[in-house]
Ligand binder design. Structure first.
Ligand code: COA
Length: 194
């Protein structure tokens, strides 16, 4: 993927990597110091249920053993970000993955792991910021995601970010709502907001 050289006003290089400012959040590269939060979130049954994921069954030292390797392994089809509040509190993670240059698309994922920060607009802020970053910095035409049909909060959040439903998927006993946003929609939305 040829990332565009153009930089937006809200994007800056930092000694610790990239920092992308949203309205009330900052997206930044993942770091080893996130391991404790990530472990707590991946071993939380409620978060696993909402994410249709298995609860992680590893001790923290076992988890930490692979964490840095996994974090720094180069992978051009995905990128992971920590979500911080402006005062530097790590409240969640978001990412794109499955980047397909030929099709011009990638999948987006998000989790606000700290439930004290649910329903306060942080998810909408993080997704809006990541979508803008992807469309500004790449030539991708479409970003898509899936979430459980039962997760109405997530669907409302994505809808507020401009995603629209395009189908359903039944997999492994789960029913997912599929949502997408096309570059054209995003451009119209951005124009309307400016
Ligand atoms: C899903 C998630 C990213 C959303 O982020 P968030 O910061 O909580 O969401 P926001 O506050 O930006 O937006 C949520 C919207 O859903 C609404 N909402 C909350 N519960 C709802 C429900 N049961 N039904 C309908 N709408 C609901 C909120 O009122 C808000 O809309 P409003 O701003 O118009 O009032 C976050 O809650 C999260 O990560 N949760 C835990 C893990 C999870 O769900 N994982 C799956 C993600 S695909």
């Amino acid at each position: 993927m040829n990332w565009k050289q153009e930089r937006t006003h809200s994007l800056s290089e930092h000694p610790e990597g990239i920092m992308i400012a949203g309205k009330n959040i900052i997206l930044r590269d993942k770091r080893v110091a996130d391991a404790q939060d990530d472990y707590a979130w991946q071993t939380d049954p409620e978060l696993a249920r909402l994410d249709a994921a298995p609860v992680l069954i590893l001790s923290f030292p076992q988890y930490l053993g692979n964490y840095a390797d996994e974090l720094y392994r180069s992978n051009s089809t995905r990128r992971r970000f920590g979500i911080d509040t402006p005062d530097g509190k790590h409240i969640g993670n978001c990412s794109y993955y499955g980047l397909n240059e030929a099709k011009g698309e990638a999948e987006l994922g998000i989790m606000i792991g700290n439930c004290d920060y649910w329903n306060k607009g942080y998810g909408t802020d993080a997704v809006t910021t990541l979508v803008s970053y992807i469309f500004r910095q790449t030539n991708l035409k479409r970003i898509y995601l899936k979430t459980l049909e039962s997760n109405l909060r997530a669907q409302k959040c994505f809808q507020k970010c401009g995603f629209t439903p395009y189908g359903h998927l039944n997999r492994d006993g789960y029913s997912f709502a599929l949502m997408e946003i096309h570059r054209k929609q995003w451009e119209q939305q951005t124009k309307a907001e400016s």
